[in-house]
Design a protein around this ligand. Sequence first.
Ligand code: G3I
Length: 339
Amino acid sequence: VPYLRCLADRKGLLIGTAVNDWALRSGDAPYQQILQKQFNVVVAENACKWGSLRPSRSVFDFTDADRIQQLAEDNKQKFRGHCLVWHNWNGNPEWLNRFHGSAQEKQALLEEHIGTVVRHFGGKIFAWDVVNEALEDQQPAPSCPALRKSIWSDIPDFIDLAFRRAHEAAPPSTQLFYNDYNVASCRGWSKPKADAMLHLVRGMLERGVPIHGVGFQLHTNTHANTSMLMDGIRENVRRYADLGIVVHMTEVDVPGGQWDHGKFHPLPADKWTDADRATQADIYGELLKICVEEPNVKAFLSWGFTDKYTWLPEDCPLPWDRQYGEKPAVKAMRRALEA
Ligand code: G3I
């Protein structure tokens, strides 16, 4: 049975996963084998975030990030950078969450971070998520994209600034991405945020900001309306093609649970039916099919690959189960790449 990466290589496509630092450090042999054999691109799930790189304001610690980067190099895998600018309290270190400096001080801190981190990796990172999740969830007027209030939002034009600084610090071939969730499909409930992101990117291009790609995270679930989702993604991907912008599917996972009135109800392993597994497989396969067929979609990464290591531990969102058995999703991915 061919490995996913061999099939993807033939299509000129990147197929990959987020790498969990804890799994690596625990010396889990099957984890490392699947990681090496199946994928041609990886991203660190947490190791390149502020929370990992900056234990204190004056100290940069690249130990974990470098370990993952080196492993990727040994495995002949490309390495994606995630992420330089994020508001999230769990991704940022305590000292930053407590930082109450002026906008000017924050700008200096952000510029220092981007310059240092981007230069540290240089050509070892081929694509960076420069800014992650800056858009508000609700977008009442998508043609004027609303940005969320955050530690960074009082810096004037912080998104443009971040991309310009990253571009200055990186080798010219480094691709710079804006990455977000609920933005992949421009049909149905996600349309306003998807439209807002398109306007954001178009505005950046008009201002001459160096942006090359967008990341569709694609944390979805088995209750998604699959055909509407896929049609909406395809349509959206083509809008980016018209702008000359590349798309990566960056954080795909397909849990069985669903949201109901603002609360997430997981579907634990013993409750999954064959029909649930088939739906999950179908979504993985259909997403990958879009990557194969649409010329400006260049990469597909799931947010982990085994249910043993996932941010949704109750929910079985990934193609391999906790014992490293292949679920139907793996076969569906192979089929999409073989077509
Ligand atoms: O840093 C401490 C570590 O010192 C300690 O040993 C460990 C024990 O639990 O906790 C560590 O921090 C955790 C960190 O992951 C590293 O494991 C945080 O509590 C935890 O909140 C953090 O969660 C990550 C989250 O981003 C926040 O950074 C998830 O693993 C990661 O999957 C998730 O990934 C995000 C993407 O970056 C952006 N898009 C959404 C996606 C899912 O939320």
